[in-house]
Design a protein around this ligand. Sequence first.
Ligand code: CP
Length: 317
Amino acid sequence: MSHVPQQAPDGGLRHLLSLDGLPASVLHDLLDRAQVLLPDAHAGTALRGRRAGRTMCTLFFETSTRTRSSFQLAATRLGMDVLNFDVGSSSTRKGESALDTLRTLEAMGVDVFVVRHADDGAVAQLAAGAAPGTHLINAGDGRASHPTQGLLDMLTLRQRKGRDFSRLTVLIAGDLKHSRVARSDLHALRALGCGEIRVCGPANLLPGEEVLRGCRVFGDFDQAIAGVDAAIMLRLQRERMDEGLVPSMEGYYRDFGLSPERLALAAPDALVMHPGPMNRGVEIDGAVADGPQSVVLAQVANGVAVRMAVMDALLAG
Ligand code: CP
């Protein structure tokens, strides 16, 4: 990965490429901004002039529903011009590189690029080639990082459990190996001082020791979920897997699916979280996903405010 500093010497954010290495103060500042912006994120009128004249472009080389739509809404709420670049019908199909595409759009006056790409480190590489004053936001690169998802997950936890993460036991369960969400959640939970981080999944879907640094690793889901304050369930990412890693969906659900019976082992007020899209009946039971402890749609709603906060912070710098 190209090493592009995401913070200026004064600590202000130039890009948001990863949560790795960002201190708790920066994370809390972004979450505080998002919390303040939340009413306007939903009402959508009060801040229309806040970043008027600035332009955001979504540059998605992979599919998305939540991230792309919420960035579009977030930029609109801030009064920005929005360019939803369609990679599929663009000159990338004629072989134009991602960097030449970015520079071309930069020349049209784009200030903020929100980029999703299949390759680890691709967004940092683009940031290294961008003009000074252009801001890049990583909307998910390969398995490496999904920082705004990490932030919205932390905002959801903080709203319901308070700012003191040291009191919390949080479980991340499922296909951690292929998950950029898991990596960004781990970066954030560590930085915020989470009391205990547990991870659980089939041995062949767990990443290496470096990713799991400081975590309690479980192979047995019933033991992993016992008493936790929140369970972050991960999508089984079949599109990123080699054949045969998961022999049967029924077997996966039996061993690692979040059923109502398993949820009953967690703390009584435990939160059920999932970044979406969900495989109902595979990693999570539909009744749990739609049940009273689920905050899945609150996570989605927080995504708009978090993305407003990130763009606002970048443009303030
Ligand atoms: N959570 C998430 O990144 O969802 P999308 O792929 O729909 O953006």
